[in-house]
Design a protein around this ligand. Sequence first.
Ligand SMILES: [Zn+2]
Ligand SMILES: [Zn+2]
Length: 652
Amino acid sequence: MKVPILIPNIFDYPFTYDSDNLNLKLGDYVKVPFGKSNLVGVVWNDFETKKKKTFLIKKVISKLNIPSLDENTINFFNLFSLYNLVPKGMALKMSFISGNVVEHMDSKNFKKFQTKFKNKVFHLSQEQNKALLQLEKENEKFKVHVLQGTTGSGKTIVYFKVIKNLIKKGRQALIMLPEIGLTKQFEEKFKQFFGFNPAIWHSGITKKNKKIIWNGILTEKIKVVIGARSALFLPFKNLGSIIVDEEHDQSYKQDEGVIYNARDMAILRASFHKIPIYLITAVPSLETFENINSQKYQVTKILNRFKNASLPEYEIIDLNRERLESKTWISKDIIRKVENHLKKNDQILFFLNRRGFAPFVFCKKCLNKYMCPNCSINLVYHKNNQNLLCHYCGFKCNLNRKCAKDGICDLIFSGPGVERIADEIKKKFPKQNQIIFSSDTMNKKNSSEILEKIINNKISILIGTQLISKGFHFPNLNCIVVVDLDLSSHGHDLRGVEKNLQLYHQLSGRAGRTGKPAKVYFQTYNLNKKLILDITNKNPEVFLKKELDIRKKNNLPPFERFVSLIITSTDENKLQKESLKFKNYLQSKLNHLVLGPVNAPIYKIRKNFRTRLLVRGKKTLQLQNSLNISIKNFKFDKGIKLLVDVDPINFN
Ligand SMILES: [Zn+2]
Ligand SMILES: [Zn+2]
């Protein structure tokens, strides 16, 4: 009997093998000879159709003694591959662990995941109860249901209840979170509610843990996974529901390697499994908002905050009115206000979305700006590490640089980062405990200790980057100062304004979570009152509606499909030539608009020069289909790489 076997590698089709007495069926994991070695592959659902030269058909060596890959998952991988223009073998590879599978796992490894529910009762408010009823309606089939609730309104407990009822029916659940590195708080909440451990899945867990979870998911010994994007490729055997928490978060988009949007692909996977998927958010993304409007998605809203806490009040501090002292960034007005908050024992957050001490470094003598040698990006001065760092490629160097004039460069540090604001605060509030909350300080081993201190109000002032907007619950945080409300949407970023809305909404959601009145102050030079009002409006749907109208008028996503083609090479001349050739070729093959090539806004990253093309078309798979065929038939010159980004979010 001939069987198609998909191998986890770069091929877009299964290979044909022979098996006489193994009685293979769809989804079986098998060992097969491939090239000079033996590999694990999966019995796939279609044969390679392209006629090839006849070659020797090899025999399947053995069938592995583990449950087969679910047919729904196979169908999902096939469409994932078509939608994102990723070879099928690569989709399969993402569901393996370093190209392999896990056949045996001692049962003692699964003890802590055993589902034994606690009898603790969690009371829901009337609104939460109503939401629960709606979420559980018709949840035996595919539906996309948005649970929209103000930050701090108790959405998590509602979907925890949904999951609990599913587990009782023997089903599995996947909870996706955008920032998985700091899930300790979430994990604790889970344990308190369920009484057992969830499996935590992200790129940073140990290989041993990965093996345990992989095997446990396939053999149904593990019921719930909390995971980052990559958890979407786990071989669930009996998946009952997917939750995408903070669905609006743009980190669901994977921008490197295999490029895909994990939220959208989760919806695709749920549709194949015929199960409900719940999108959880305070302010939906534009796409989701449009899908609610057109009634493709259901929506349930929770309007009241926990203990009826109100959302913080906003106040704009016009920096044009007060001349700040040189090399300071905090106004006298703010200092007075913060002092008052400190008297009331409120915790304070100064927000600035810039890591390090200063974003620009110049030399007084030669006027050279310090740039990364590998990227067209300026180096950021990190005072705590005493070095200059590239935030793209990680290039580091010290401050001693030979000057083009003579001797060593004499440096000027321009603009503030969080470290510089921290220095200023140390001077202005010398008695207060303070900490920088950024990926430089919080992705370390002791981060859970720091979190503990913040929660217990042992730290009175935080200086934070965007990282802090991601779902943390700090009970005493009642005052937020946005150091520089920068609303300049950068020209190349279609979603600049939407990103700002989400950011400031999430950020203010961190304040006033336990009922005390809270304030958010925006320091700004920007006098675009209308834009500020839109962004700080307590009803964010006003803004979403306006933004959707603009998109519709201009045929922009989510009303049309964009596909970015990013062409890269270390050879600048060759890149320019090939990009133009490729554009002309595509234009002759496609019935779609092809724009470009243009140099990418960040023209060089990691020594690779980059140009971009943009293909626009209707929102059907026809666009991907014809692109797929065209790309396969185009032979790039050596040293040229092509990245395909379907539904791009970043245009850098
Ligand atoms: Zn760099
Ligand atoms: Zn110099």
